[in-house]
Design a protein around this ligand. Structure first.
Ligand SMILES: [Zn+2]
Ligand SMILES: [Zn+2]
Length: 389
């Protein structure tokens, strides 16, 4: 989340003994970054290896090789820190197999606490033990250590078991799509909309939470090996519009919500743009925040990448947590457009969900029956949000 400062001005102005409270400066969102200078990269941000006790047959090298084979640009192997008493740096990251010349490996772990699970993410090794040690502290202390370590913090499966019980004021993103089983995410999506409606600009991300690879030998098969063909790396896949092909740029793109989620690595990617100044050219994308122009804004949803022959999609638009409308999209580049006038005197956000013809994922053949017709999920486009929040 982008930190809040607006409250400070409000408190100052409401303080009786202050005779001349300053006029609050007009809210002026930062300039919107380029819509073209960057690269779309895809990855999985929640994967367990054999270093998690509940994932005994999934070697790090298998995960990286599998991810590479299905086109992943980045991976976060997020083992449970409580299984190694916080010493992730001596286990997952120190594993000689934790290396790749082609896949960006983010540094993280599943922060497994009494108040729920989260994922700190970093482009470089960090002192995870220090973050582990404050898991039972107050939110403000957790937030201070997070800031000191320079971490992105993501709330894992916030609406499920082990739901996230910390303040969302210390959160940068939320796992709004956990595992191939799309239907289990309804509560997490509800919490996400609640947080967005409260003015927090928190990114939505996916994570397979896959625990079990294909066993190398039949003898190594475990009770949970059934997961491999049903829920594996890339179910779902998170896309980010990254300024560069570096781990830090990937994390920065996620922090700024320039991201969308697709059911698997081959499913189309959602492009969601807006033409704020009505000049016919798109000037905002997911994660961008602008002053509402006071006139109709045109929004465009496109599905990028290959789509199955004859594929048809339904785009459902959510405005401020409520259904706004549904639109059909088909053809070579499935596209839906809609127009609305964001309120001039209030916050407004729009996000979209796409359902339709599934794209097969042959390497994980049973995943489709779990994700059903769910194709993808966008991040929001914002108007009048506090840029400091
Ligand atoms: Zn978890
Ligand atoms: Zn997990």
């Amino acid at each position: 989340m982008r930190a809040a400062t607006l409250l400070a001005g409000f408190l100052f102005a409401s303080c009786a003994q202050v005779s001349a409270a300053p006029e609050s400066a007009p809210v002026s969102p930062p300039p919107i970054a380029s819509l073209t200078e960057g690269v779309w990269l895809k990855g999985d941000l929640h994967i367990h290896s054999r270093h998690s006790k509940d994932s005994s047959n999934n070697p790090v090298s298998n995960i990286i090789a599998f991810g590479q084979s299905v086109g992943m640009d980045f991976l976060a192997i997020t083992d449970h820190d409580n299984h190694v008493d916080g010493a992730i740096a001596q286990h997952t990251w120190a594993d000689p197999e934790f290396r790749s010349d082609s896949v960006l490996l983010l540094y993280g772990a599943e922060w497994t606490t009494h108040r729920g699970h989260g994922t700190p993410l970093s482009a470089a090794p960090y002192d995870h033990q220090k973050f582990y040690d404050v898991r039972d502290q107050r939110d403000v202390q957790v937030g201070a250590v997070k800031k000191e370590l320079g971490l992105h913090l993501s709330a894992n499966h916030p609406g499920g078991n082990d739901h996230f019980g910390f303040s969302y004021d210390i959160v940068d993103s939320m796992e709004v799509w956990n595992s191939a089983v799309w239907s289990r995410n309804a509560a997490s999506i509800m919490i996400w909309d609640d947080m967005l409606k409260s003015g927090r600009m928190i990114a939505g991300r996916g994570g397979s939470d896959s625990h079990h690879g294909f066993p190398p030998t039949p003898e190594q098969k475990t009770d949970l090996s059934w997961q491999a063909p049903a829920n594996n790396v890339g179910t779902p896949t998170t896309w980010v519009f990254s300024a560069a092909r570096t781990s830090q740029a990937v994390i920065d793109a996620l922090t700024s919500s320039r991201a969308s989620i697709s059911a698997n690595p081959y499913a189309p990617r959602i492009d969601f743009h807006a033409d704020r100044d009505a000049d016919g050219a798109m000037d905002m994308m997911m994660g961008d925040n602008a002053i509402a122009p006071g006139n109709p804004v045109t929004f465009r949803v496109q599905l990028a990448g290959a789509t199955p022959p004859g594929a048809a999609y339904t785009v459902s638009v959510v405005k401020n947590g409520s259904p706004f409308g549904t639109f059909e999209a088909a053809g070579a580049i499935p596209t839906a457009t809609f127009t609305d006038t964001p309120a001039a005197d209030a916050r407004t956000y729009y996000r979209v969900t796409v359902e339709g013809t599934p794209t097969p994922y042959p390497e994980v053949p049973e995943s489709q029956q779990r994700s059903g017709n769910m194709i993808g999920l966008s991040n929001p486009i914002y108007f009048n949000f506090d840029p400091e929040f």
